[in-house]
Design a protein around this ligand. Structure first.
Ligand code: DGY
Length: 324
C-alpha cells in the first residue's frame, strides 16, 4: 500500500502531465476518456484526497453533498468553474482551484478565428467547395464584411478579452469598445485606446463585432437575449468563446434565421456537447467544438497548473489558484 496521496482524474490529460501525476501520486486516470456519471464522481469524492474535474464534468449540489467524503480539494483543469456549484463547495468545505493565465492567448486566437470566419463566411465557403458546388470566381460571389478598421465590442474585459483586443487593435486596426462592471486598468485602456461603454445595450448598438468574455453561471445566463440581439446592427456579428448559457440560443437562432444580424461564431453551447438543431442548418453561423484552449502547449500548461495546485495543497502551502 502506497502512502502517497490519492488523486482522481476525470478525463484523459496530455501524456507528459499524466506521467508526472503517476510519479507523484497514487493516481486513477481515465485512459479511455469516457465521460463519467454523477455516481462515479460521488465515489471519487468518497475515496480520493483530491479530485481533478474539467469543464465538461458537472458537480451540482447533489454530487458535492455526498456523505463520507475523503476529498478536500477539487483541482479543476480549466479556468471556468461554472460546472461546480460553488456555494455548495463552500458549505462542504471543499477547496476549488482553476488554471488561469495559461489559456489566454489560445482562447483569444479562437475568438479571433471565429470573428474572421463569420465576417468572411469561411465555414460556408469550405462547405461549398467540399460539396463541389463552386461555380468559379465571379464579382458578386459570396461577398462578405470587412474586419480591418471596424469596431470590436467586448463584453467582459479580463485577460482573454484584453488579449483579443490586442490582436484586433494591433493586427486589424480595430477600434476597441468594452463593457465591464468595474473600471479597467488605465494602462490597458491607454495601450488599446479603448473606450468604456456605460451599458451592454450601448455596446450592442455601436459594435460591428461583439465578443463575449464574461464568466458563465446564474448571473450571466441569457445575458444576450432577444432584446439585446435586437439592438445589434444588421451588419454585426456575435462571437461567443465564453460559455454557452450566456446567450439565449433559441433567440439567437431566430435572429440569424431572420437575418436580423449578419452572423455569429460559436465555440461554446448551452448543454454541451449537444448543439441545438436550429443552429446546424443555418449558413450564417460558424460552429467550433469548444476549441478555445485546445493547443498542445496550452493543454499541457493547464495540466501543469493543476499539478502546482496539488503540490501546494499536499505540502500545506497557499494554493496558487484558489477560487473558493
Ligand atoms: C476553460 O478553461 O474554462 C475553457 O473553457 C476550456 O477551453
Amino acid at each position: 500500500m502506497s502512502n502517497k496521496p490519492k488523486v482522481f482524474i476525470t478525463r484523459k490529460w496530455p501524456a507528459s502531465v499524466e506521467e508526472k501525476l503517476k510519479s507523484q501520486y497514487e493516481v486513477t486516470l481515465n485512459e479511455s476518456d469516457r465521460p463519467l456519471s454523477a455516481d462515479e464522481f460521488k465515489q471519487a469524492l468518497q475515496n480520493y484526497d483530491a479530485v481533478c474535474p474539467t469543464v465538461c464534468d458537472s458537480f451540482p449540489a447533489e454530487v458535492l453533498k455526498v456523505e463520507n467524503k475523503r476529498c478536500k480539494l477539487l483541482a479543476n483543469f480549466g479556468v471556468g468553474y461554472n460546472h461546480i456549484n460553488m456555494a455548495t463547495a463552500k458549505e462542504e468545505k471543499l477547496l476549488v482551484t482553476n488554471t488561469p493565465g495559461v489559456l489566454t492567448e489560445s482562447t483569444a486566437d479562437i475568438a479571433m478565428t471565429l470573428l474572421l470566419m463569420s465576417a468572411r463566411r469561411g465555414a460556408e465557403g469550405d462547405r461549398l467547395v467540399r460539396a463541389k458546388q463552386w461555380q468559379g470566381w465571379c464579382p458578386t460571389h459570396m461577398m462578405s464584411s470587412d474586419v480591418t478598421g471596424t469596431t470590436l465590442g467586448l463584453i467582459g474585459f479580463g485577460r482573454i478579452a484584453q488579449a483579443m483586443a490586442r490582436k484586433a487593435h494591433y493586427g486589424f486596426g480595430m477600434k476597441i469598445i468594452y463593457f465591464k462592471p468595474s473600471p479597467a486598468e488605465q494602462s490597458v485602456i491607454d495601450d488599446l485606446n479603448a473606450t468604456a461603454c456605460d451599458s451592454i445595450a450601448e455596446l450592442m448598438q455601436q459594435a460591428d463585432y461583439i465578443s463575449l468574455h464574461c464568466p458563465g453561471g446564474g448571473s450571466t445566463r441569457h445575458l444576450i437575449n432577444s432584446q439585446m440581439l435586437a439592438l445589434m446592427k444588421p451588419t454585426a456579428h456575435l462571437i461567443n468563446t465564453a460559455r454557452g448559457d450566456v446567450v439565449d440560443t433559441e433567440a439567437l437562432i431566430e435572429c440569424l434565421k431572420n437575418k436580423q444580424i449578419a452572423g455569429a461564431g460559436l465555440d461554446v453551447y448551452e448543454g454541451e456537447p449537444n448543439v441545438a438543431d436550429g443552429l446546424l442548418t443555418l449558413d450564417n453561423v460558424s460552429l467550433l467544438p469548444h476549441l478555445g484552449s485546445a493547443t498542445i502547449a496550452t493543454r499541457t500548461a493547464m495540466g501543469e497548473k493543476v499539478l502546482d495546485n496539488l503540490e501546494a495543497y499536499f505540502a500545506d502551502q497557499e494554493l496558487p489558484d484558489q477560487v473558493s
